[in-house]
Design a protein around this ligand. Structure first.
Ligand SMILES: [Zn+2]
Ligand SMILES: [Zn+2]
Length: 220
């Protein structure tokens, strides 16, 4: 586990636990004062996520999912049971992926339970993360139900596999839609501000400004 931000008092803290053979960035986000927070995308390796929660000394209020792929959602049901909290997200368009997690896991030699979130999310919804409002943007393309969590106050977003540092989410699935993905990034995310820092599903963090200027998929 590495601390990605050692923020001032009013800023939320975040820590990444890399999980599954896909090196997915399961992310803890919490308030340093109240020590309440959430787990975003517990894709697997649940014992390691639980020890990261203990190490950060955080009381988890909820589990949030950005989309239905196994590396993001494969450990969600197990962690929900262990923590006794609710799961919010993704958009209901990813229900078919969440229902198919056990079968999908077999293909990769992973054990995963199917999961039904307690709350589906949609464009314009708001969820509380450590007491702060995060706006929901529905950004299909990588998966039909991908959502992005955005805090205007914190200048921070959790984008899942929509956007990466220097890349974008894969769309070579039967349900992938490259044009929709590019449209969502350009129309919904980049206008939020160049200064917005984001944690993505794989690899290093970045900012929307850095990606707007240099990401090869977003030029032209
Ligand atoms: Zn994905
Ligand atoms: Zn992923």
């Amino acid at each position: 586990m590495t601390d990605t931000r050692s923020a001032a008092d009013t800023r939320l803290k975040a820590a990444i636990v890399t999980v599954t053979p896909f090196q997915q960035n399961c992310t803890l986000v919490w308030d340093g004062k109240t020590r309440h927070g959430v787990v975003v995308d517990p894709g697997g390796d649940v014992p390691r996520i639980k020890s990261a929660i203990a190490q950060a000394n955080v009381e988890i209020d909820a589990i949030l999912l950005t989309h239905g792929h196994i590396d993001h959602a494969g450990g969600a049901a197990e962690l929900r049971e262990a923590l006794g909290v609710e799961i919010a997200g993704p958009h209901v368009a990813d229900k078919f992926l969440l229902d198919d997690l056990p079968n999908n896991g077999k293909r990769f030699g992973l054990t995963a339970q199917a999961v039904t979130p307690d709350r589906w999310l949609d464009e314009g919804d708001t969820v509380k993360i450590a007491g702060r409002p995060f706006a929901i943007f529905h950004c299909p393309g990588h998966s039909p139900g991908s959502v992005v969590y955005f805090s205007k106050e914190q200048r921070f977003a959790l984008v899942g596999d929509v956007l990466f540092a220097g890349s974008i989410g894969r769309t070579d699935f039967p349900y992938g839609d490259h044009a929709a993905l590019i449209d969502a990034i350009k129309r919904k995310l980049l206008p939020l501000g160049d200064d917005i820092a984001f944690v993505c599903g794989h690899g290093p963090t970045s900012t929307f400004g850095q990606e707007r200027r240099t990401n090869p998929f977003l030029q032209g």
